[in-house]
Ligand binder design. Sequence first.
Ligand SMILES: [Ca+2]
Ligand SMILES: [Ca+2]
Length: 137
Amino acid sequence: MKKVKCETICEVYIWSTATHFYCFIDTKLNWQKSSKYCSDRGGRLVTIDDKDEQDYLMRYFTNDVNPPYWTSLTDKNDEGTFVWAESVILGGGYSNWIIGNRPIDDEDKNCVRITTDGKWEVRKCSEKNNYICENDV
Ligand SMILES: [Ca+2]
Ligand SMILES: [Ca+2]
């Protein structure tokens, strides 16, 4: 996969697939600000729709990038109901939670990051993390 300088979406290096650009942004922001950064550039915080997309992202975790990263997944609007960007409810879809981490009725932790080993972890939204923006091509 070719690594190219992103010129239109954000001032970082990105990688492209057939349908999406991903920007691994190594500037720590809280979830709200990182989400706004992505949406201001026509995208969203990353959505991990299936194992293929997870595996694709993980290919870069071995070298150039610096996890953990915020994803768009959050239950801030309805405790316990996790929703991706664009209102896609996680439901019974693909997930990769750290064993035992998905908190039930933990109103203090509502935003999900992807950790070094690729597992998903719910954290306080006020915490600052690097983040991944995803844009349609
Ligand atoms: Ca996606
Ligand atoms: Ca929660």
